[in-house]
Design a protein around this ligand. Structure first.
Ligand SMILES: NC(=O)c1ccc[n+]([C@@H]2O[C@H](COP(=O)([O-])OP(=O)(O)OC[C@H]3O[C@@H](n4cnc5c(N)ncnc54)[C@H](O)[C@@H]3O)[C@@H](O)[C@H]2O)c1
Ligand SMILES: *[C@@H]1O[C@H](CO)[C@@H](O)[C@H](O)[C@H]1NC(C)=O
Ligand SMILES: CC(=O)N[C@H]1CO[C@H](CO)[C@@H](O)[C@@H]1O
Length: 347
């Protein structure tokens, strides 16, 4: 009886303890949509209090103050504290989750190599700050581009945090693929499951529907049987998903922000609470065991199941020649980018 009471009290007190969540690039446009989603409980649960830590660069501190005011003005029940800062030692302290959105953007005339070098410097420093200040159980999600390689650099710079605790965002691409199929079939996106994004978050990514199921009129159909247009699935569908980011920029004159924020919430929520039985999602994760013949020591987007805050690559999916070529091409791009990035890491 007494011990049951103790367990009950322990659970109540535990859940009253806020999770400490960092968002970097917090004065930017993705963060503007993202922070509200997190603060209202979409990610860590409807009963979980939150302390939000907002990191941006020094010139953005005045903007960050405006973001803090708006968060306060939302009068949200779960938001216990908001801490704006430009200092890594404040930002990374005792973190439960870190969402790294800020990165160096491409400027007019900037060489690709120089851009990569600037990002390696940022993610090396933030990785070292995770190592030094965050909890060892911290879950790190990298969004800032080049997301896969930035994530790898952060993980390498935080050797005492398990590499499995680092992931990068390809959920936006995953959601785009899911929605394209759903619209084609005239069903809600929730009736489409198990699309896969393989590889880099770039136009070489491979949106794969060979294992995707569409629920129509009460039964699960293979995607190819539901869509009944193989040419579209092997052609325009793939290029639409690959080019979607560019299409949004062309139309909006700004990059995807609302949909990116939604995808970040989906990704971190699934890490926290798991994926439904029989379903998988796409995440950029550390490739360590040659799964699906992908080179080791990359952050590569795979299909994963998540349970008890652990992800596992879904294994045993059949890969045909069409898929193989596309999976290898996006891996080759990441190998090349990694090999350049690590030369900057040791510099
Ligand atoms: N992986 C994905 O699916 C995906 C999707 C959309 C956007 N992105 C990427 O997300 C990033 C953010 O996009 P956005 O639209 O919010 O950009 P944004 O320019 O509106 O905001 C970025 C913010 O990051 C800040 N920042 C820059 N360097 C920083 C540093 N070292 N520490 C902390 N903050 C820093 C900037 O000051 C700015 O406030 C971009 O790199 C974008 O390419 C990734
Ligand atoms: C991988 O994808 C990122 C994000 O779109 C991009 O910035 C990077 O250039 C890509 N890598 C290569 C080597 O093309
Ligand atoms: C997502 C994930 O793999 N989380 C792991 C992070 O590291 C701790 C150990 O420090 C594990 O217990 C988590 O499962």
């Amino acid at each position: 009886m007494l011990s049951k009471l103790a367990v009950f009290l322990y659970v109540v007190l535990q859940s009253a303890e806020p999770v400490r969540v960092l968002v970097t690039g917090a004065a930017g446009q993705i963060a503007y949509s993202l922070l509200f989603g997190i603060a209202k409980g979409d990610v860590f649960g409807k009963d979980q209090p939150i302390t939000l830590i907002l990191l941006d660069i020094t010139p953005m501190l005045p903007v960050l103050d405006g973001v803090v005011m708006e968060l306060q003005d939302c009068a949200l029940p779960l938001l216990r504290e908001v801490i704006p800062t430009d200092k890594e030692e404040v930002a990374f302290k005792d973190l439960d989750a870190a969402i790294l959105v800020g990165s160096m953007p491409r400027r007019e005339g900037m060489e690709r190599k120089d851009l990569l070098k600037a990002n390696v410097a940022i993610f090396k420093s933030q990785g070292a700050a995770l190592e030094k200040y965050a909890k060892k159980t911290v879950k790190v999600l990298v969004v800032g581009n080049p997301a896969n390689t930035n994530c790898l650099i952060a993980a390498k710079s935080a050797p005492s945090i398990p590499k499995e605790n680092f992931s990068c965002l390809t959920r936006l691409d995953h959601n785009r693929a899911r929605s394209q199929v759903a619209m084609r079939c005239g069903v809600p996106a929730t009736q489409v499951k198990n699309v896969i994004i393989w590889g880099n978050h770039s136009s070489t990514q491979y949106p794969d529907v060979h294992h995707c199921k569409v629920n129509m009129a009460g039964s699960d159909l293979a995607c190819f049987d539901a869509v009944k247009d193989d040419d579209w699935l092997k052609g325009a569908f793939i290029s639409t998903v690959q080019q979607r980011g560019a299409a949004v920029i062309a139309a909006r004159k700004l990059s995807s922000a609302m949909s990116a924020a939604k995808a970040i919430c989906d990704h971190m929520r699934d890490i926290w609470s798991g994926t439904p039985e029989g379903e998988f999602v796409s995440m950029g994760v550390y490739s360590s065991s040659n799964s699906y013949g992908v080179a080791e020591d990359l952050i590569y987007s795979f299909p994963v199941h998540i349970k008890d805050k652990q992800w596992k690559i879904v294994d045993g999916l059949a890969i045909n020649d069409f898929s193989r070529g596309k999976m290898d091409a996006t891996a080759a791009e990441l190998v090349e980018e990694r090999d350049t990035a690590v030369t900057f890491l040791s510099a």
